[in-house]
Design a protein around this ligand. Sequence first.
Ligand SMILES: NC(=O)c1ccc[n+]([C@@H]2O[C@H](COP(=O)([O-])OP(=O)(O)OC[C@H]3O[C@@H](n4cnc5c(N)ncnc54)[C@H](O)[C@@H]3O)[C@@H](O)[C@H]2O)c1
Length: 445
Amino acid sequence: MTRKPSSARGRTPAENLIHRLEKRTARLGVIGLGYVGLPLAVELAQAGFEVFGVDIDEARVRQLNQGKSYIQDVPTADLQALVRQGRFKASTDFADLKRCDTVNICVPTPLSKQRDPDVSYIVAAAGEVKKYLHKGMLVILESTTYPGTTDELVLPMLAETGLKVGKDFFLAFSPERVDPGNPQFNTRNIPKVVGGVTPTCTSAAVKLYQQRLDNVVPVSSTQVAEMVKLLENTFRSVNIGLVNELALMCKRMHIDVWEVISAAATKPFGFMPFYPGPGLGGHCIPIDPFYLSWKARASGFEARFIELAGHVNGHMPDHVVELVAEALNHRGKAIRGSKVLVLGVAYKANIDDVRESPSLDIMEKLRERGAKIEFCDPFVPSIRFAGGTMKSVPFTATSLRRFDCAVIATAHKAFRYSSVLAWSKAVVDTRNALKGKKSPKIVRL
Ligand SMILES: NC(=O)c1ccc[n+]([C@@H]2O[C@H](COP(=O)([O-])OP(=O)(O)OC[C@H]3O[C@@H](n4cnc5c(N)ncnc54)[C@H](O)[C@@H]3O)[C@@H](O)[C@H]2O)c1
């Protein structure tokens, strides 16, 4: 009986890559080890691969190589085990990419000062990949970006090497949908959408994710995959904008918007509840829709829903400031000179991420109007504020009683809301955290 060849001889680069993925002999690279990249790297390492992570942040790399996690959803114990087994290693040096069969790019995609896409991190990462691109390598962009980035920006850079996409190397886009702090859905069980530059690129990327993730959803192109993510986040932004507008409308009409939403949510079809709040926060919802509207504008199309939702949502911190003025006014006080405590500076409940948090905006606006501001957040020990560092005050009766008004900006579970009400002179509740409680001290959004 003739034995099948065990070497790469006779296989195309794509077949060889798939063989190495199936045998777990492939070496995998991840660029950018933040909220997206680190959980992905850990999942892949737990699938039995040797994973090499690269980040430009030296402190992060040092911490990771000591097995210490800085991402809430990645337990230090898991990371430690992988580092000890030699299955995960991090570096600031990209050179080891030359030994990698695959590389996932998970770098930030912020907005510029003019609120246009800033793809400089993608360009920098793709520039490094280009240096080490070799036959059989699979490159997947995961950073959220405008439709066309993979084909129009990354592909031309990699093609300058002379290697042919779909034949010598493979390029795909796969949006990341991770939801930090979500106890039910994580990198492994959130379905993964994948679109390649060519059908072979798609198959190779699907094969990689199938080694660990529960459900992989191939689509016909990189542009479709890029647009999927922007649709998802625009959907959230627009619906949040709608309920925020409804909340402002209900206030004028003396109707409880929270009661309206919860009753509407009893409809078993055709309705999905979204809730008003102090404004949008986080790395995604306030930013991603503007990647789409920018690209639409470049194609001569005005994305009106996106702009309108951005306008309504962007106004919410000002509205919260007005509610603080109302709460203080009930007690014959002005904003100027009053002590205001903001409860929660993370952009959403039960996590430690303050990126784009509306709490910071509210704090700044109240400060500008002369209030003396402090904050309390069990997840965030300190923040940069007003040119210095500000520490979280403890959640105790003594500290809460010092303030003229408390603003519930983030509904962390760790706050005892009956105590918030008992210990505060006035409370502005932007999250319906005091649901069911009646008191003249409460001003609700
Ligand atoms: N955080 C989320 O919940 C989330 C969810 C879905 C999608 N995304 C998207 O994923 C991407 C990454 O977001 P994140 O939240 O993980 O960001 P992050 O800031 O947590 O992590 C990014 C990491 O990339 C590193 N980095 C920056 N430039 C680099 C470079 N040139 N080479 C190597 N490393 C570099 C940074 O030091 C940082 O550690 C963004 O496009 C974001 O929109 C984020």
